[in-house]
Design a protein around this ligand. Structure first.
Ligand code: NAD
Length: 328
């Protein structure tokens, strides 16, 4: 079976070569982001795999269908870039990827600690031989309440990671699970906002979660709250974040993802003019830590993403199903 792979990064090539040979798939590797303009490239293939920078719209899916594509896989966990309903209607099978939650969960704990201990400011000072302490006083985890919003695979692992720090752990989810209830206390959303010193987001981007962190929800939080987002940028309204930081209602922000990151993250844009005012305005604050959507980025996860990307397409084409299928 011939599969067209978009958005292939250098570090994925070895895994693609090895896994393609092992599973007997013919692979065409391309660094481009999938668009309507480059859709013709997939002619002759039956499957397409991509990462999350493109917009896999109904129009693009119709074009793929016309070109003979029957299966699509995204080598990411998040799949909000694909119009799943349109794919279903068009009879295109879609799956996402799967990898252990530990990489993102480890990174989240690092973000929490960096925010809590003013590490961005300390690091900046070090670059100019300023070794003063003023303004760098932090707090200890054991005296804080930390809340995880979205207690799926990653949220639960974050809570497990945090257990050793001796903090009070709260949880909020629209669907509660037993494993989380064993390590944290589920509370109502209002209580969650009211009680947490630190809030970490781990829900998917859905119409119901878009801008769930907005001016109204921030107003319900503690003064000086620390917000960490290693999930999806659009969970937070960036205008409200700017206001929250300016008014010092928000004590620190740790963000691995930010609204409007497409076309910016994972690219070298040093010589370009980048139009994302909120991103760059937030970026300059001493208490805002931003990373380039890299929480997932471990050797183990890359291997698993490529494997799911190729294997998922082969399985769906052969049996009409795979463990991570989204179009059942
Ligand atoms: P998951 O599906 O296992 O868990 C998501 C949880 O969110 C579920 O328990 C669900 O019930 C809950 N949820 C849904 N709507 C909610 C709401 N309104 N309020 C509270 N909870 C709600 O997903 P996961 O594997 O834990 O991943 C979570 C998200 O992390 C992904 O959707 C993805 O967007 C993001 N992610 C980011 C990176 C990164 O590199 N930064 C990597 C992987 C995943």
């Amino acid at each position: 079976m011939k599969i067209y792979a978009y958005e292939v990064r250098e570090d994925e090539r070895r895994a693609f070569a090895r896994i393609g040979a092992e599973l007997g798939a013919e692979l065409v590797l391309d660094t481009a982001v999938p668009t309507l303009e480059n859709a013709e490239s997939v002619r002759g293939c039956e499957g397409v795999t991509m990462l999350g920078q493109g917009k896999i719209s109904r129009e693009l899916l119709e074009k793929y269908r016309e070109l003979g594509i029957c299966c699509i896989s995204t080598r990411t966990i998040g799949y909000n870039h694909i119009d799943i309903a349109a794919a279903k209607e068009l009879g295109i099978q879609v799956c996402n990827s799967n990898y252990a939650p530990n990489g993102v969960a480890d990174f989240t704990v690092m973000m929490i600690l960096m925010c809590l201990r003013n590490y961005k400011q300390a690091m900046w000072r070090g670059y100019v031989n300023d070794f003063s302490l003023g303004g760098l006083e932090g707090r200890e985890m054991r005296s804080l309440t930390i809340g995880v919003m979205g207690t799926g695979r990653i949220g639960l692992q974050v809570l497990k990671n945090l257990q050793g720090f001796g903090c009070r752990l709260l949880a909020y989810d629209v669907y509660q699970n037993e494993a989380t209830a064993r390590v944290a206390q589920y509370v109502s959303l209002d209580e969650f906002y009211r009680e947490c010193d630190i809030i970490s987001l781990h829900m998917p981007l859905l119409p119901s979660t878009k801008h769930i962190i907005n001016a109204e929800s921030i107003a319900k939080m503690k003064d000086g709250v620390i917000l960490v987002n290693c999930a999806r940028g659009e969970l937070m309204d960036s205008e409200a974040l700017v206001e929250g930081i300016e008014s010092m209602k928000i004590g620190a922000l740790g963000m691995d993802t930010l609204e409007g990151e497409e076309g910016i993250i994972h690219c070298d844009r040093r010589t370009d003019i980048i139009a994302n005012r909120n991103w760059f305005y937030l970026h300059q604050f001493r208490n805002v830590i931003m990373t380039q959507h890299m929480a997932f980025y471990t050797e183990e996860a890359v291997e698993s993403m490529v494997r799911c990307g190729v294997e998922g397409i082969l399985q769906m084409a052969e049996s009409g199903d795979c463990p991570t299928m989204l179009t059942r």
